[in-house]
Design a protein around this ligand. Structure first.
Ligand code: EPZ
Length: 418
């Protein structure tokens, strides 16, 4: 099993280019099952999760070619299967996103109940509420879950929580349903907008993506398209925090600054200079000698992203003062706290709140990545810890960060994979 060895590093300097967004590429790959002609996806990040999703599409009968430089070619004309095998579902819960497309294309879909993961139970009740509203029968047995529908008929669906996955799955189940579907209290993340733009290129008729009410008018068939995946706002935020925690001066390029407003705001509150370029596709982050403690509350977009919570906690661990981080999206997304405490961080958990008392410096220690973003947080902490921080279980990190150690190393970080 690979590990990262991270040593105290000088202030990071230089330019890093952000890859395509994992959480946009995965739903768009699933949505490729809806097309009946060639689909070309560009700027797809080279990640374990993307490979697994391509395996899922292949086992459903789609032709998938992973070309070089982040280009993937898909043709789903002849999909001949509607069951996602357990071993692929257990590897990555985002495989669950193929249910909506399969329901649209074949009228049936069967998969294993998605596993939970370190950050929470990850229920799917809202996905199923949407499928039922469109006329599907749901059948749960022996850990498998099936949805079947002779016809899908548009309906009005209210999401009790603006779930990203449920919004995506219902949107994909509704694109060829008869009549009109409206999703109320829909998720508004940029990845939802990217998915809707892709579906509309295929011939769908979706309006309102990015707002809390999305309207989908059913169409007969979807064709093919070429689409570039938006940049990964969470990878961008991770490198911005790396500049802040090392008091560095880093230019992060290939971003969409309107997608990272909460991160820019909080880094400025913490005392960093954050300069956006004219084109709004680059940010320069200049750290400060001693970051100030700021409070964070994670919320659905456009609030502060839960996927940046762990990385920010690493920064607050060495900030001046006391900060409070409230995690409102997932019920158990503090697994990184114990690991940071092993490195000398002073953090107390009280329900959904973590109270962080900044310390002068952290100490290297053997630690474990408990989930993708927790792993990233430990790398950030390792950059400013005395000694060599050994991070194990970094397969979590490889799921969501393309060439992380190379990108950090080119900024002057002392990090290597063993
Ligand atoms: C997506 O997960 C992302 N994953 C997550 O990123 C991200 O943290 C999350 O959205 C929130 O932004 C992908 O896009 C592949 P949700 P998803 O459904 O869709 C509750 C990362 O690090 N909920 O918005 O699973 C759920 O329990 C990953 O890249 C229900 O109650 O997130 C949770 O508390 C981690 N019922 C909350 O909604 C449902 O049917 C948010 O979940 C579905 C969700």
């Amino acid at each position: 099993m690979d590990k990262f060895l991270v040593e105290k590093s000088p202030p990071l300097r230089g330019t890093v280019r952000i890859s395509g967004a994992k959480n946009s590429a995965l739903p768009i790959l699933a949505a490729s099952l809806l097309g009946t002609e060639d689909i070309i996806l560009e700027d797809v990040p080279k990640l374990k999760d993307v490979e697994v999703m391509c395996e899922v599409l292949t086992c459903l009968g789609a032709k998938v070619e992973i070309l070089d430089k982040g280009i993937i070619k898909i043709n789903s004309k002849d999909i001949n299967n509607y069951e996602t095998p357990y071993e692929l579902m257990s590897k990555m819960r985002a495989s669950f996103l193929v249910m909506g497309p399969l329901l649209s294309r074949t009228g049936k879909t069967k998969t294993s109940m998605p596993g939970g993961c370190a950050i929470g139970t990850r229920p799917i009740d809202l996905h199923l509420k949407g499928f039922k509203a469109l006329g599907a029968k749901i059948d749960v047995n022996h850990g498998n879950i099936g949805a079947y529908a002779e016809r899908l008929i548009g309906d009005r669906i209210y999401l009790d929580f603006p779930s990203v996955g449920a919004t995506e799955n219902i949107m994909m189940a509704a694109v060829m349903a008869e009549g009109e579907t409206i999703i109320d209290n829909a998720a508004m993340e940029p990845e939802i907008v990217d998915l809707a733009n892709f579906l509309n290129k295929l011939g769908a008729d979706i309006k309102g993506a990015g707002t809390s009410s999305i309207r989908i008018k059913g169409v007969k068939e979807l064709g093919g398209a070429t689409h570039s995946v938006i940049p990964d706002r969470i990878e961008a935020g991770t490198f911005m925090v790396a500049a802040a925690i090392t008091n560095g001066d880093v230019v992060v390029e290939n971003v969409i600054t309107s997608h990272i407003k909460p991160i820019i705001a909080k880094l400025r509150e913490a005392g960093c200079q954050v300069i956006e370029n004219e084109n709004k596709d680059k940010v320069r982050v200049i750290g400060s000698a001693s970051p100030r403690a700021v409070d964070i509350k994670t919320l659905p977009y456009p609030g502060f992203p839960t996927d940046m919570q762990a990385q920010f906690m690493a920064l607050m661990s060495v900030a001046k003062g006391t900060s409070v981080i409230i995690e409102t999206v997932f019920e158990n997304r503090f697994m990184h706290v114990d690991e940071l405490k092993r490195m000398g961080a002073d953090i107390k958990i009280d329900g959904r709140s973590a109270i962080i008392q900044g310390v002068d410096s952290l100490m290297a220690a053997p630690v474990k990545a408990t989930d993708l973003r927790a792993g990233a947080a430990l790398v950030l902490a390792g950059l400013v810890s005395d000694g060599v921080t050994e991070i194990s279980d970094i397969y979590h990190i490889d799921r969501g960060y393309e060439n992380m150690e190379e990108k950090f190393a080119q900024l002057g970080a002392n990090i290597r994979r063993i």
